[in-house]
Ligand binder design. Structure first.
Ligand code: NDP
Length: 656
């Protein structure tokens, strides 16, 4: 901790921060597990049949999808986009708007889901909403003319909006749902991608293995494609119903997403493992119906007011949707507050709890501090500055617990002892209050987690809790789990020129990209990813920034076609990606504040703090950085790059 400006004697605030840092370190240590991410198994990878089946699609309508004309084996498209969440949808829209999609064979979107929406397709749990303001989160509001009903949209409204976009841009006949992409291989002679997929046609028909050809292949797989479960001994022996929050089983709870009256929980003892952003939304709904609710907590979330309200039509007209371009400006405005970049005269348009946590910039970058020198003194100063920026907020969050929870012992257990950047903040007007109800039991495991499961219930802290129903609110494989590799994250391989996969290339030389979106040796392959790039707390803003950029890169490349009648092969150069990696390594020290964090998906459950002793491995790790000046500054870098004619990409020709 840095000393005060006044001299050598630490100020009272310095001492307070020092004590707080000690407390944070003690709490983080309780949560440390040497298995890191191996403490979990992704549902799709689980050998155990019951755990594996927890990942099945509960929402798909096989009859309707089987009635659609099938995509032919060997069919060829100009663009194949992996993902039908907002990433894939926005990217498709930007390609269309750039004039790059003309005929029916120009675009195909592929997803394992049975419908549009990505995370909003899968997640339908009661209480689901997006805690980012809907006016900044729901994409393409100006283009669709849609007015969200609430300041924070419920999940079904967001899913319907994804479907609205798909309808407006005619994506419904350009999609292959319930299809797992297994691999993509570049054919250097034919200059096309061969994408091997498996289409699941439901219980009544055999699945189909297809190869789809693509001139361009885009991976838009999102941040959390794979739900996972902790490897709790005996979990599969639990005798009652068991499901994951991302595949909510309304046949067990009663109700539906539109009408979440969970009447089948009446008289039941329900357990939920997890207290992250999902559980914070689901727990109040469960508490309304369950006879007894047991919430198994390993690390408490910091919980901020949500302050939900319906959209006021007058406010919408006069203060929000006031002029063309308002939505991107509003996204940028929120981002300025989250990256600690707001000037004093900048109005806070969103003005919610998210917009009042500038220390979150430790996670998403800050444009005003420049590079952080990689010396212990400068890094110490940087962390001290962030701790100061966070202090009032962190204390307010803990005070909110004291002010809400009647029982002081329960209140003590619900307080978050880490800075805001270590675990995603959560927002709720009723989560904390739920723990004042006599039938709601907080089972705090003091960082240890649930010990085991029996046929009757869960064991934690040496006690057994009998349950009728068990719900896993235990999250997903995180975005840095595979060192940020977007192909490993979504469980497919991409083999480029010379037979090397992207995963092999990154394992051998560390993350290597131009702007985070492409890699030499993988022509006409682009991926949406935050590693070696920048993202924001509002993921929709990231997706807009990335998609507009990539569509324009491709448009410019297409205009540089080497000869009439040739199609374009575009690939970033080695020089461009190495220069970018060199630049990004200068941004690494900024993120030193994440190293001491409580383990979470943000730091691969603590693995990211384990620095290798081999210098070559250390250099590789250093490439796993993000742009530390924030998304807005990154967008400017991309804009300048496009204005400069996308130099750094080589364009060659291929026969049509
Ligand atoms: N925009 C929005 O409104 C929403 C966004 N999201 C996004 O999805 C992300 C994932 O959220 P979520 O689904 O809650 O997943 P998280 O990974 O945030 O939470 C998983 C929870 O399970 C707990 N857990 C895991 N293993 C064990 C164990 N062995 N024993 C006890 N507890 C255990 C974790 O504890 P521990 O913390 O100790 O690891 C944690 O509380 C969010 O961070 C957010 O980015 C989710 C919901 C809403």
């Amino acid at each position: 901790m840095a000393t005060s400006d006044a001299g050598q004697i630490p100020s009272a605030e310095d001492l307070k921060l020092y004590t707080l840092q000690q407390k944070y370190a003690e709490e983080a240590a309780k949560r440390f597990r040497p298995e890191f991410t191996a403490q979990f198994v992704s549902l799709a990878d689980a050998d155990d049949k019951r755990i594996h089946a927890l990942g099945d699609d509960p929402w798909v309508d096989h009859t309707a999808l089987n009635a659609k004309p099938p995509v032919a084996d060997g069919a060829r498209y100009k663009f194949v986009v992996l993902g039908t969440g907002f990433g894939g949808i926005i990217f498709a829209v930007r390609l269309i708007e750039a004039g790059l999609v003309k005929g029916p064979q120009d675009l195909l979107l592929i997803d394992t889901a049975g419908g549009f929406g990505g995370t909003w397709y899968w997640n339908r749990y009661p209480g689901l909403h997006c805690d980012i303001e809907s006016y900044t989160y729901l994409p393409l509001l100006e283009e669709t003319g849609f007015v969200p009903k609430f300041r924070y949209s419920p999940g079904y409204e967001i899913r319907e909006h994804a479907e609205r976009i798909a309808t407006k841009w005619n994506l419904n006949d350009k999609v292959l749902f319930r299809t797992k992409t297994n691999s993509a291989r570049w054919d250097d002679a034919g200059k096309v991608w061969n994408i091997a997929v498996t289409e699941n046609r439901g219980p009544a028909e055999p699945s189909r293995d297809l190869t789809i050809k693509a001139e361009y292949f885009m991976s838009c797989v999102g941040v959390f494609p794979k739900p996972h479960a902790p490897k709790i001994p005996g979990l599969n022996s639990f005798a009652g119903p068991l499901f994951h929050t991302s595949r909510w089983d309304y046949s067990v709870t009663g109700g539906s997403q539109d009408s979440p009256e969970l009447t089948k929980l009446e008289g039941k003892r329900v357990g939920i493992i997890g207290t992250g952003a999902t559980a914070v939304q689901a727990v109040p709904a469960l508490a309304k119906y369950a006879k007894e609710l047991y919430v198994f907590q390993r690390t408490p979330s910091s919980v901020w007011p949500r302050d939900q309200r319906p959209t006021d039509p007058e406010e919408w007209k006069t203060k929000i949707a006031t002029h063309p371009g308002w939505q991107l400006e509003r996204m940028a405005n929120l981002n300025a507050f989250l990256t600690n970049a707001a000037t004093e005269d900048l109005p806070n348009l969103v003005d919610d709890a998210w917009s009042r946590m500038p220390a979150y910039c430790a996670n998403v970058g800050c444009p005003k501090w420049g590079y952080i020198e990689p010396t212990p003194e400068k890094i110490g100063e940087h962390i001290g500055r962030l701790m100061r920026l966070d202090l009032a907020n962190a204390e307010a969050a803990r005070a909110r617990v004291d002010a809400t929870i009647k029982d002081p012992t329960t209140a003590a257990k619900l307080k978050a002892w880490y800075p805001v950047w270590c675990k995603r903040p959560t927002f709720s007007d009723d989560y904390l209050e739920t723990f004042n109800l006599p039938h709601v039991h907080l089972v705090d495991t003091d960082g240890k987690g649930v010990e085991s499961s029996t046929s009757k219930g869960l064991v934690a802290g040496g006690s057994e809790y009998d349950l009728d129903i068990l719900i896993l609110g235990t999250g997903y494989e995180g975005p840095v789990t595979h060192d940020g590799d977007p192909t490993a994250r979504a469980d497919f391989s991409v083999t480029g020129r010379e037979g090397r996969t992207l995963s092999q290339k990154w394992a051998e030389q560390g993350v290597t990209t131009l702007h985070g979106f492409s890699s030499h040796g993988f022509p006409n392959f682009f991926f949406q990813n935050a590693v070696q790039g920048a993202s924001g707390a509002n993921y929709a803003y990231s997706l807009e920034t990335w998609s507009r950029h990539l569509a324009d890169v491709i448009r410019q490349a297409e205009e540089r076609a080497p000869a009439p009648g040739k199609r374009v092969v575009v690939e970033n150069t080695v020089e461009a990606e190495e220069a970018w990696a060199g630049e990004l390594m200068r941004h690494g020290p900024y993120y030193a504040s994440m190293m001491g964090c409580t383990p979470s998906y943000n730091n691969a459950e603590g693995a990211m703090a384990q620095m290798p002793s081999d210098p070559a491995e250390m250099m590789k790790k250093a490439r796993l950085a993000a742009w530390s000046f924030g998304l807005e500054s990154f967008a400017k870098v991309l804009e300048d790059f496009r204005k400069g004619g996308v130099k750094g990409f080589e364009v060659t020709g291929a026969d049509v």
